[in-house]
Design a protein around this ligand. Structure first.
Ligand SMILES: [Zn+2]
Length: 265
């Protein structure tokens, strides 16, 4: 039987660890260097991502969180070393158990059954503790493999992307993926989001792959240019939208060819 995770080597020693069994289709990434490895996000905590990762690498692992939202920090508590942007470190300590989480665990949210032993009604995000605070430009040295933290706020205040300049890899977290982008959540900031998209779009000539936090991976970097353009059209009032009701109240939904954007009314 296939397990909960689907793992794919998307670039040399970069493993995308997807959770296609839940409609969120969260993706975490194991990035392995000569001395250390980074796990960029820990998924939903529905299955044990630590076991999955230990089967792939013998290197010491540091968790780096793209941001603090529940669907990316679910298994943080299984690891001792956690790095996150300083603006969201305090949110890890709270964990999460809420209406929103229970809604996400309804049977219709699952595309395939959750693993045996997983109890949707008991679902919660265990608290975890940051041991390293990140900021714009923080270097991550894995031994013959170096990444840099880009602070790309907008979806959330402490959202980061990771850039591996040498290989042209951009790990874009929840800032950019080929699906509905959330610019309307508590803590979201549409103007900052637009600036982050502009910044990422400027990197496109030096990128080979974009490795996003949801849905399909990898992505052709050109999508970042489309996204920056879309955000610009929303800002200038040129883009069309429909109103939709959501758990956060009425929102505007802007649809583009390969992605869409949710914005508060
Ligand atoms: Zn998020």
């Amino acid at each position: 039987m296939r397990g909960w995770f689907q793992t794919q080597e998307v670039a040399p020693r970069v493993y995308a660890i997807s959770e296609p069994g839940h409609f969120e289709e969260v993706i975490s990434y194991l990035i392995e260097g000569e001395e250390r490895a980074i796990l960029f996000d820990t998924g939903m905590g529905i299955a044990n991502i630590r076991e999955e990762v230990m089967a792939l690498t013998g290197r010491a692992i540091t968790i780096v969180n793209s941001h603090s939202h529940w669907d990316h920090v679910g298994d943080n508590y299984r690891f001792p070393l956690i790095a996150i942007h300083y603006a969201e470190a305090h949110l890890l300590r709270e964990g999460a158990s809420s209406e929103e989480l229970r809604r996400e665990m309804r049977a219709e949210m699952f595309v395939q059954p959750p693993p045996v032993g997983f109890e949707p009604s008991q679902y919660k995000i265990s608290p975890s503790r940051a041991s390293l605070l990140l900021d714009e430009g923080s270097p991550l040295d894995l031994g013959k493999r170096a990444l840099t933290v880009l602070h790309t706020p907008g979806h959330s205040p402490g959202s980061i992307s990771l850039l591996e300049e040498k290989e042209g890899l951009l790990f874009s977290g929840d800032t950019a993926y080929a699906g509905p982008l959330y610019a309307q959540l508590p803590g979201s900031d549409f103007d900052l989001y637009g600036e982050s998209m502009e910044r990422l779009a400027r990197l496109v000539p030096q990128l080979s792959l974009v490795l996003p936090g949801h849905n399909v991976t990898p992505l052709d970097p050109a999508i970042l240019v489309e996204m920056a353009k879309g955000f610009g059209q929303i800002a200038s009032g040129e883009a069309t939208y429909e109103f939709e009701s959501s758990p956060w109240g009425r929102v505007r939904h802007y649809r583009f060819e390969r992605f869409s954007v949710y914005l508060s009314e």
